[in-house]
Design a protein around this ligand. Structure first.
Ligand code: AKG
Ligand code: FE2
Length: 369
């Protein structure tokens, strides 16, 4: 687990290794049924016990571990009592040291409370940038008459909002398109600039939302200072990258909600030519393993793993995994748990059943030591 080690100086604009890109493309194109059968797929579904024992092992829990502590944390977040919370199960990938997976960490009520906060509250806060702000003037739903609180884009009052482009060739659209297709990310706290790949200090960023900050910091060994809420529909992807713009090496936390995703990660970039990697390549039995020997400009990714992430799962990227190359080649259609697929309910707004076709990932970072 990384402590106060400084962030390594890594080029935010570096190109990902060809080997991981090839692995990513293979998973992007794989038949849905083959995906489930792949021997290299790490599946930590703790209820079905289908995890891959040769890749994953139980380990010491980084962060909170007692059920009573967890119940308190969840109750504080949702405002409701949480009975019967079990001690979380945690796996560390043997092939990717420092990558921890907590299957089904978040109870249902926490998942819906988190979605509520992200999509009903924080999306309606003009201080939180989204991908849409880059090219559009973003109109906001009128505040609730009684409470004065910002209304949600999912409310009936937001149905007829017009999103006008700042310049051509972008075309105007309405709230339904925002929610169905256009919204891909929103930033909380430190407002990440994807072009410069920095967190600009001016204008000063909005405070990180307090409730989510307490939730994250109670569960994981890091400070929640900046986050990206990624929104995916099946077929949408996140290309291979590494998150290197933070100025400290503290762990990064990722929470998954809604449809399942395939997450790929590779480590050993800089030490790809170690004896261990060379041995893996020599004894490779499958094409995928053989790819670990591929290099780009003399460099490749030593070990690559695909992980199936489900609603309620958390991932902690720490130590050697903190700056690993990773991406999301796949969001699996029709895989949102039934109990969540109807969120946020019918009503007169535009989003009834929205989650059935979405995956939301909250990716939380500490920027400074
Ligand atoms: O969606 C995910 O699981 C990963 C997101 C991610 O890597 C990022 O936001 O940097
Ligand atoms: Fe990332």
């Amino acid at each position: 687990m990384a402590t106060n080690t400084p962030a390594p100086a890594l080029d935010a604009h570096a190109k990902p290794p060809a080997s991981l890109k090839t692995f990513y493309k293979r998973l992007q194109r794989a038949d849905k049924h083959d995906l489930a059968r792949r021997p290299d797929m790490v599946d930590c579904d703790s209820t079905a016990e289908t995890f891959s024992p040769h890749l994953v092992r139980r380990c010491e829990l980084p962060g909170v571990s007692l059920p009573s502590e967890l119940s308190t944390v969840f109750a504080a977040f949702t405002g409701e009592a949480h009975e019967g919370v079990e001690a979380p199960v945690v796996y560390e990938l043997l092939d990717v040291p420092g990558l921890y997976i907590y299957p089904a960490l978040l109870p249902r009520k926490v998942q819906t409370a988190l979605l509520h906060q992200l999509l009903h509250r924080h999306l309606s806060d003009p201080r939180h940038q989204t991908n849409v702000h880059l090219h559009y003037h973003v109109p906001y739903p009128p505040a609730h008459a009684q409470t004065g609180e910002a209304a949600s884009f999912f409310d009936a009052s937001a149905r007829h909002l017009d999103f006008k482009p700042k310049a051509s060739p972008h075309r105007p659209f309405t709230t339904r398109s925002l929610l169905d297709r256009k919204l891909r990310w929103m930033t909380l706290g430190g407002q990440y600039d994807w072009t410069s790949k920095t967190y600009p200090s001016y204008p000063s960023p909005p405070p990180f939302p307090a409730d989510i900050k307490i939730l994250i910091e109670s569960l994981f060994p890091m400070k929640a200072e900046a986050a990206i809420a990624n929104v995916y529909s099946p077929g949408e992807t996140l290309s291979v990258h590494r998150d290197v713009s933070e100025q400290c090496a503290r762990p990064l936390v990722s929470l998954s909600l809604g449809c399942e995703a395939i997450f790929v990660i590779g480590v050993g970039d800089d030490e790809a030519e170690t004896a261990e990697t060379a041995e893996t390549a020599e004894t490779a039995e499958t094409a995928e393993t053989a790819e670990t020997a591929e290099t780009e400009g003399g460099r490749g990714v030593g070990r690559m793993v695909a992980v199936r992430l489900r609603s309620g799962d958390a991932v902690l990227m720490s130590g050697p995994a903190r700056y690993a190359w990773h991406g999301v080649p796949r969001v699996v259609g029709g895989s949102c748990p039934e109990w969540l697929a109807g969120w946020p309910g019918g009503g007169e707004g535009v989003g009834g059943g929205w989650m059935g076709g979405k995956r939301v990932n909250l990716n939380v970072r500490q920027m400074f030591d």
